[in-house]
Unconditional design. Structure first.
Length: 362
């Protein structure tokens, strides 16, 4: 097998090697069934055990209260940009957004298709280099919920205070999933795409407060109804079997390595190694984000010019340090340090950054 690359891409993420090796070992014959897990019926007892365990594990790891259920829904977080307003927006009511970056803006744009939407806080004036503080939101009358994005993957900013508002929160936590505790009492619904920290793409994890399901809209297609997914224990249709199966292995790895608390601690450590390299580079590397709002998942930075950035990315890739190209919307460079990214890999990147700077001075 070729040497493993150091995958700093924003998603799909790097996954725990032991989870991948377990999946490899049983891929052709899952639990003596004579079939791969992706060939099994989703109604089989073998798959059902995996499905139930994954549902229970993620609730356990997140210390999820009993008044919430967890759903596994295909389509990733992007489909949730539509499912949330389809279910939660009612005539005469509004949805507020924290317009804190590229993904929040995409979610807000989708929601406008379904009802009255506005920005309760807008980061455009600061070029999305910070997040709002707890009391920065300007809510209008008849607002049913405030949608927040806890970490912006593209812009590299992280929410450091939860909103203090009089309406329920809806949270997109895709890119800092499994790295911080959730103040459950503030939320009606939380979602995240699996491919940032949990497993392969094609799956969204949705936490929904049971009490709101009676009032979700029923005049939409069956697959888009949260209440039907909850009633059918995320088996309304054939689920995303392989992503759920592999996510279950990742969840076991998270639990066995200290849970969310340890994942967050390690994320801080890895991010700080890169930020220290940036800050000690005499402005050779620059992070545009205000320091206290810097993401610990997605570290964005620029070099002195675009030519050097292209060379940096090319030479890093040649050294099997991949995924450092910034999003096409903002350019520059970005290093994503999700849970399975090792300190060894981060040190490899830091050493490369120092060496590149030394040999490409301006």
């Amino acid at each position: 097998m070729a040497e493993r690359a150091y995958n700093f891409g924003a998603g799909p993420c790097t996954l725990p090697l032991e989870a991948l090796e377990e999946a490899q070992a049983e891929f052709l014959d899952f639990q003596n069934t004579g079939m791969s897990v992706i060939e099994l019926s989703h109604r089989s007892s073998e798959y059902d055990a995996v499905h139930v365990e994954a549902l229970e594990l993620i609730k356990e790891i997140y210390h999820t209260p009993d008044d919430f259920d967890v759903l596994f829904i295909q389509g990733g977080a992007t489909m949730q940009f539509s499912m949330v307003p389809m279910n939660l927006m009612h005539p005469g009511k509004k949805a507020a957004f924290s317009a804190c970056g590229a993904w929040a803006n995409k979610a807000m744009k989708e929601s406008k298709i379904f009802g009255d939407v506005y920005a309760a806080w807008d980061g455009k004036s600061c070029k999305y280099t910070r997040m709002p503080m707890s009391n920065d939101y300007d809510l209008q009358d008849n607002t049913s919920y405030l949608h927040i994005t806890s970490n912006e993957t593209i812009d590299g900013v992280r929410m450091i205070e939860w909103p203090e508002v009089d309406v329920p929160l809806v949270g997109d936590m895709s890119s800092d999933f499994l790295t911080r505790p959730i103040p459950w009492e503030k939320f009606d619904l939380i979602y995240g795409g699996a491919q940032k920290n949990c497993g392969p793409s094609g799956l969204a994890i949705v936490f929904v407060k049971k009490a709101i399901l009676e009032n979700t809209r029923k005049d939409i297609g069956s697959y888009f109804r949260y209440d039907l997914h909850q009633r059918n224990k995320s088996l309304l249709n054939t689920p995303a079997i392989f992503p759920i199966y592999l996510m279950n292995k990742v969840l076991k790895w998270v639990k066995g390595n200290g849970g969310i608390e340890k994942m967050g601690e390690m994320a801080e450590q890895k991010a700080n190694l890169i930020y220290q390299t940036i800050d000690n580079s005499d402005n050779y590397y620059l992070c545009p984000v205000e320091k206290k709002f810097r993401s610990i998942m997605n570290i964005v930075f620029r070099l002195p010019n675009e030519e050097l950035e292209a060379k940096f990315i090319s030479e890093a890739t040649a050294n099997r340090i991949i995924g450092l190209k910034g999003h096409r919307v903002v350019g520059g460079c970005r290093a994503s340090c999700y849970n399975a990214m090792t300190v060894e890999a981060v040190n490899k990147l830091v050493s490369f950054m120092n060496a590149f700077r030394a040999s490409n001075s301006i």
